[in-house]
Ligand binder design. Sequence first.
Ligand SMILES: C[S@@+](CC[C@H](N)C(=O)[O-])C[C@H]1O[C@@H](n2cnc3c(N)ncnc32)[C@H](O)[C@@H]1O
Length: 261
Amino acid sequence: MNRSLRRHQRDWEDLGDLDPCWAILAYPERRFGRWDHDEFFRSGAVEIARLTVDMQGLGYPVRRERALDFGCGVGRLTRALAPHFRHCHGVDVSAPMIAAAGKLNAEVSNCAFVLNGHPDLRMFPAGHFDLIYSVLVLQHLPTRAAIAAYVADFARVLAPGGLLVCQIPSHIPLRRRLQPRRRLYGILRSLGVDPRVLYHRLGLFPMRMTSLAEPDVRALLTAAGARVLEGRADAMASTAIESRTYYVTTPDGRAEPGEPA
Ligand SMILES: C[S@@+](CC[C@H](N)C(=O)[O-])C[C@H]1O[C@@H](n2cnc3c(N)ncnc32)[C@H](O)[C@@H]1O
C-alpha cells in the first residue's frame, strides 16, 4: 500500500473508532455519537428502496445474485440490499468500520463484511458482481488517480448485464478544497496527539473531499469497456459541491433496452 493510501486508511480507522455513524452521515446534530441506530439504518432502507425503482426502470442488473457495497462503513446500505440479492458483500478500508458492521448486522445471514486495504478490488474475480453500489465513498479518497483506479476496477468486477451505481463529486469550490480542519488534524496526529483529543476537544476530524470531472469519469468507464447509462446530478447541491451519480453497465450480448433484438 502506498503512503497516501495508508494515511487515508488511518484517517478512516480513527473515524471508525471516534464516531462511526456521524462519519458516515455527518449531520451536525448527530455528532458525538448522537445517531439513533434504528433511524440510521432506516435511512439506508429508504435509499435502497429508491435504488430498486431505478433498477426496475433501467432493466439492470439482469441477475440478482451478488451485490457489492463498496465503502460499506457499518453496513447501513449492505443490510438494506440483503432482501434484494442472494449474497451481499460490504467492503471497507477501515477495520473498526468492518468490525462494527459485523456486530450490527450479525442477524442478516446473507451479508459478509471484508476489509480491503488494496488500491483496487484484486480480491474479487472479473465479472463477479451483479450490482456494485458506492455512495459517499470515492469523494473521500486522497487523489483523483485513486478514484480512477477503483472505478476502472469496478468495471472489471461487474458481471455482464450488471449495474454499477457510483457517486463522485464533479466539482468542489476552492473554499471547500482548503479543508483546514483536516490539515491541522493530520499535522497534530503525526506529532502524536491522541485522536480523541483532536476530535472531542479541538473539534478536528480528518475527512477530505476530492472530485473527478464528469468527462473524465465517462472516459475512464468507456475505456474499461463499460457503458454509462446515465450521469445524474445528485443532492449535494446545497453544499456548493457538484456531484453526479453514474449508472453503468457492461455489455451482456443481448439487445439493449430500446434497440431492435
Ligand atoms: C462516508 S462513509 C459512507 C459509508 C456507506 N457508503 C454509507 O453510505 O452508509 C465512507 C466509507 O468509505 C470507507 N472508505 C474510504 N476509503 C475507502 C477505500 N479506499 N476502500 C474501501 N472503503 C473506503 C470509509 O472507511 C467509510 O466507511
